[in-house]
Write a protein that binds this ligand. Structure first.
Ligand code: G6P
Length: 626
């Protein structure tokens, strides 16, 4: 939600900031702006629309300044418009700020500032902050920001520049991501950004600001102060992934590239974690020591998991769907009680968890506000928390007791694809690990599942070869405006995920349901205008014949039937209008395959309708507000 970019150093700041904004555009794209500090003024240019519109605006001007801020917005308070775009300035125009998050007490603050004579130019919550900094400015921008922050309630990442101190950026964060790239060698430059993707091109060294920290960055060096107003020495961490991970690599869209990367990313999730000969799994992150306030002794994440009476898995969006697959995997394979919760619900109800519970938070970004808050609440209530995240060094990765990374590489397409398959793969590895430790999975069974897991990347590749077939299928169904997705067992979450993908990027109404629930409502909708996508892969499963009966029920009401089935199931062609097959695997691993055609179907549908799947309307990649 909103991308922040800033540069301070010796180069012209404008090109660096504009390029960074393009890389951060997945975070928000309804308006964009920049502020550049020169010797005697701060120039602000902003507009409604995308970063490309801002670039057109900027082209006409020449700004040599070496300190600048940029912002790409996802509107929360105030419609997308030029006045509401960031940066926001104070009354004098000497202070400019960019913000990601929500200032919850903006209304009383605005009243107070207006009463003191401040003039507002926008409808945003953010603008109060520029006036607050102005109110407290007495020649030291760091102190003014610190003082202003004491009045702010809510979530924020802020970056601030000031005309009277033009070689400084002050940056602060609470619950919204902010990383600082530290210039290579002696260049004396800093890049401030919401995400590492905007930094890697300039430097491989980064500082992650923690909640409550505030820093001042200038060519001569930096200083970071913590919540207690003490100077902190932060580790400068190395970024290990390569630049080609954040380019489109010849694909027309990031989403398509990320769908096609899945053979590699699923493999990367497994890499070094499977000891094939011993049929064992090793997840280093679970070996970290944790000490819960209510527990007598320190334990490891894994031992806590093994002794947990309950596992609760939380997430949002696609990560919530992966959590549901986790529930099936853990309960079926391990017999441990698992509950899956929407993080947004868990955080505000009486979330009953204690020291005997492990709460697993699943998140691609590691920054989703609801997931982070629910994990904090779980921690406060004494539970052990474990993060399954993709973004290294993200808030969830740092705040949970222990965790495991997905290793899927940067995911930029707004609709999550490769992170989902890595999440499911990691959950399967965890189920195997726990099952082996608890002696509920035999050597032979573990060996079989591991063998089948290792086959998944090449099987995904086989499915990807059907992309043009799926495009033809999308063409056949492009005229329909409602779809129903039905699946059972391990593929019920895939029905939800398939429907979500179609909604997110093709703007077509779609519902996912457990197939058996069809008769409790959705069947009333079925006629010749309602295509139904069934996922019916496992002919040996006890529910398979029941799904076939559901298919017959749809057909007898003239519904169109599309089936994702396993290769070799010849009889499926008798009941389907369209069949897409996937290679055969263990039932518990089918979600890793069945989701692929549904991702491709949504992508091709978006293409046929002329929509940009990388920047779907109203959505943002990382939802850091409530
Ligand atoms: C947004 C994205 C989804 C994602 C969800 C959860 O809604 O558009 O693709 O699944 O957030 O994000 P997370 O980073 O926590 O997995």
């Amino acid at each position: 939600m909103c991308g922040i970019m800033g540069y301070v150093g010796s180069k012209p700041a404008l090109p660096v900031v504009l390029k960074g904004l393009r890389q951060l555009e997945y975070r928000g794209y309804d308006s964009a702006g920049i502020a550049i500090a020169d010797k005697d003024r701060i120039s602000v240019l902003k507009c409604k629309g995308k970063v490309a519109d801002l670039e057109n605006l900027v082209k006409r001007e020449n700004f040599p300044g070496s300190t600048a801020l940029g912002h790409t917005r996802w509107a929360t308070h105030g419609e997308p418009s030029t006045p509401n775009a960031h940066p926001h300035i104070d009354c004098s125009g000497k202070i400019a700020i960019v913000h990601n998050g929500i200032i919850e007490n903006h209304a009383p603050l605005r009243k107070l500032l207006e009463a003191e004579g401040h003039t507002f130019r926008s409808d945003t919550d953010t603008e109060v902050f520029s006036h607050l900094v102005e109110k407290f400015y007495r020649g030291d921008i760091l102190l003014a920001v610190q003082e202003a922050l004491t009045l702010i309630e809510g979530a924020y990442a802020f970056a601030v520049i000031c005309q009277d101190e033009p070689d400084k950026i002050v940056a602060a964060r609470r619950e919204s991501p902010l990383v600082i790239g530290v210039g290579n060698g002696n260049e004396g430059e800093y890049i401030i950004a919401s995400d590492l993707v905007a930094i890697v091109e300039h430097t491989r060294q980064a500082i992650h600001l923690d909640d409550g920290e505030i820093g001042v960055f200038q060519p001569s060096g930096h200083r970071i102060i913590d919540k207690a107003n003490m100077k902190v020495e932060k580790d400068v961490e190395s970024i290990t992934w390569s630049l080609d991970k954040i380019t489109k690599g010849g694909f027309p869209h990031y989403m398509l590239k990320e769908i096609f990367e899945q053979p590699e990313t699923i493999y990367d999730t497994m890499r070094g974690r499977i000891l094939k000969e011993k049929a064992q799994i090793k997840l280093g992150g679970l070996e970290d020591l944790i000490k819960l306030p209510s527990a007598e002794k320190t334990t490891t994440g894994l031992s806590h998991l093994l002794n947990s009476k309950r596992i609760v898995i939380i997430g949002c969006g696609t990560s919530w769907h992966a959590s549901l697959v986790g529930e099936y995997l853990f309960e079926n394979m391990l017999g441990i009680p698992v509950e899956v919760e929407y993080a947004s619900e868990a955080r505000y109800r009486n979330f009953i968890v204690d020291k005997d519970t492990t709460v697993i938070g699943i998140s691609q970004s590691g920054e989703t506000a609801d997931t982070l808050a629910a994990l904090r609440e779980a921690k406060r209530r004494g539970a052990a928390t474990l993060g399954l995240v993709n973004v290294v060094g993200s808030s969830i990765a740092r705040e949970t007791h222990c965790g495991v990374y997905l290793h899927a590489g940067p995911e930029i397409g707004v609709a999550s694809t490769k992170a989902f398959t890595s999440q499911v793969c990691l959950l399967a590895l965890m189920a195997l690990l726990i099952g082996r430790e608890k002696h509920v999975i035999t050597d032979q069974r573990a060996g079989t599942i591991i063998q089948r897991l290792l086959e998944i990347p090449s099987q995904v590749e086989e499915i990807l070869k059907k992309s043009s077939l799926i495009r033809d299928m999308a063409q056949r169904y492009a005229g329909f405006s409602n779809f129903l997705y039905l699946g059972r067992g391990y593929n019920f979450p895939i029905a939800l995920e398939g429907a979500l993908k179609l909604k997110e990027i093709s703007y077509i109404h779609a519902e996912g349901y457990p197939a058996a629930e069809m008769k409790h409502g959705p069947i009333a909708l079925i006629d010749e205008n309602m295509p139904v996508i069934f996922i019916a892969t496992d002919t040996e499963d006890q529910t398979y014949q029941k799904v076939i009966s559901n298919i017959e029920e749809v057909k007898s009401r003239h519904g169109q039937v599309i089936i994702i089935a396993s290769e070799g199931n010849e009889s499926i062609y008798d009941v389907a209008d369209t069949v897409i097959t996937i290679p055969e695997t263990e039932y518990c691993l089918t979600p890793l395959l069945t989701v692929i055609p549904l991702q491709l179907f949504a992508y091709h549908m978006a293409m046929l309708k002329g929509y940009d799947p990388d920047q779907p309307r109203n959505l943002a990649k990382s939802v850091t507000v409530e």
